[in-house]
Design a protein around this ligand. Structure first.
Ligand code: URA
Ligand code: SF4
Ligand code: URA
Length: 206
């Protein structure tokens, strides 16, 4: 789904970001964290920002929360390397894993916008309040917004979901618990994705 031109544009964006000093996070980062997964994926997941392991490795969502995310994806047969493109609102680690400021998020916004523009995902999941607020410019709570389909200006369907680190702090699987709600949400995402893929196949064969 990604043509060579878009791939080249993404490479340019990564190149620029790797030497970016547009916000104060540049001073304390080890590595700039851009993405993992496949730029040809229909599904994009946007988190908040790198933590310790991400800053060390240069890859998003590789710590505990990321491992949980991969298990959540696998539970509906989504492959972490092939079926998703995963990135964050800010590309450099906020010291002590604090929430990035609005200034930091907006300094970093052009990179995220370019990722959305060139990957052209059909579905975007916003993991946690920071991604939801930053991408949708809303001030509602994630508990109220999660699981709802919204429209993105690039044409994608967007759904806010809980952040996996929130699930790590709330272990219950009872009906109505955060983990249970995440399970409902990811099943809904799988369903929409299947509908999309079916439409794509129809268009190819007709
Ligand atoms: N949390 C995030 O939001 N992003 C990561 O990459 C890792 C943890
Ligand atoms: Fe640049 Fe974003 Fe890193 Fe800030 S967080 S230095 S804007 S890449
Ligand atoms: N609170 C958070 O910080 N993150 C979530 O995903 C949900 C509630």
């Amino acid at each position: 789904m990604i043509d060579p031109e878009h791939r080249a544009s993404l490479e340019e964006i990564y190149e620029r970001a790797r030497s970016c000093t547009a916000c104060p996070l540049a001073a304390t980062r080890t590595k700039v964290v851009l993405f993992r997964g496949d730029p040809a994926a229909r599904l994009m997941i946007i988190g908040e920002g790198p933590g310790y392991y991400e800053d060390q490795s240069g890859l998003p969502f590789v710590g505990k929360a990321g491992q949980l995310l991969d298990r959540i994806l696998a539970s509906v047969n989504l492959d972490k390397d092939r079926d998703v493109y995963i990135c964050n609102v800010v590309k450099c680690r906020p010291p002590g894993n604090r929430v990035p400021t609005e200034e930091e998020a907006s300094s970093c916004r052009s990179y995220l916008d370019a990722q959305i523009k060139f990957v052209q995902p059909k579905i975007i999941l916003l993991a946690g309040a920071t991604a939801m607020k930053s991408v949708l410019q809303v001030n509602s709570s994630i508990s109220r917004m999660r699981g709802k389909w919204l429209d993105h200006k690039n044409g994608a369907k967007v759904m806010p979901i809980f952040h996996p680190s929130y699930l790590l702090r709330n272990d219950s699987r009872k009906a109505g618990s955060p983990k249970w709600l995440m399970w409902q949400d990811i099943k809904e995402v799988r369903k929409q994705l299947d509908i999309l893929l079916e439409e794509e196949n129809k268009n190819i064969s007709s």
